[in-house]
Write a protein that binds this ligand. Structure first.
Ligand SMILES: [Zn+2]
Length: 212
């Protein structure tokens, strides 16, 4: 079984995830920790549980998902993985933080690419990478088949979907990604999204007002 620890960080209430299994190997996904206290909370969890962080994975590069990326990269000496189509968004985060008046962001670059259909392995865990554009052009999600969940980023939320009023977004692409990639998973799969509480594929198929 792959375990999940989630944190809610920053004024954006962003969900940061740590995935690990009984080998104690781990990955961090979307580190939205912005304040020093949030960064230490995440680091303390890793240290206290004796986890061996193997990589930092990004579903996409919007600012609220990468606030703590430089800190994690430096602290755990890991590579950052991101889909190439979101590289320009990551490069623009410093500017956007200035525009929004958000202090404390440390710029960072990605090290490795994530691509549709790849399997990312750590410990005994396999994560299948799927490309799900719409909310961001290089948005990916991570399917964990042995534990029946998906780390979905800002695509499919509890009774909602990701915003598409930012630059480089497409509502049509987002709905297509959800219908063809998320909704082909079994109903019992849990969706851990970038914001709000977890949900399931079956629940959202039935009740999500944006996908009727
Ligand atoms: Zn986003």
């Amino acid at each position: 079984m792959t375990k999940i620890k989630s944190f809610v960080f920053s004024p954006f209430s962003e969900n940061t995830y740590v995935l690990y299994d009984d080998t104690l190997e781990a990955v961090i996904i979307d580190p939205g920790c912005l304040s020093q206290a949030e960064k230490l909370e995440l680091k303390d969890f890793i240290v206290e549980n004796k986890l061996n962080v193997k990589a930092l994975l990004l579903t996409h590069a919007h600012l609220d998902h990468v606030f703590g990326a430089a800190f994690i990269k430096r602290t755990f000496n890991v590579n950052i993985y991101l889909h190439d189509l979101d590289l320009p968004i990551l490069a623009d985060v410093e500017n956007r933080c200035k525009t929004w008046g958000i202090p404390g962001y440390e710029p960072v670059e990605a090290d490795k690419s994530l691509n549709e259909g790849e399997i990312f392995r750590f410990g005994k865990t396999e994560l299948e990478v799927i490309h799900v554009p719409g909310h961001a052009p290089g948005h990916v999600a991570f399917i964990c088949r042995n534990s029946s969940f998906i780390i979905g980023g800002d695509c499919l939320f509890h009774r909602s979907v990701g915003r598409t009023d930012f630059p480089f977004c497409s509502q049509e692409q987002l709905i297509h990604s959800i219908q063809t990639k998320f909704f082909t998973l079994p109903d019992e799969y849990t969706v851990y999204a970038g914001h709000m509480q977890p949900t399931t594929i079956g629940d959202e198929k039935k009740h999500n007002p944006f996908l009727k």
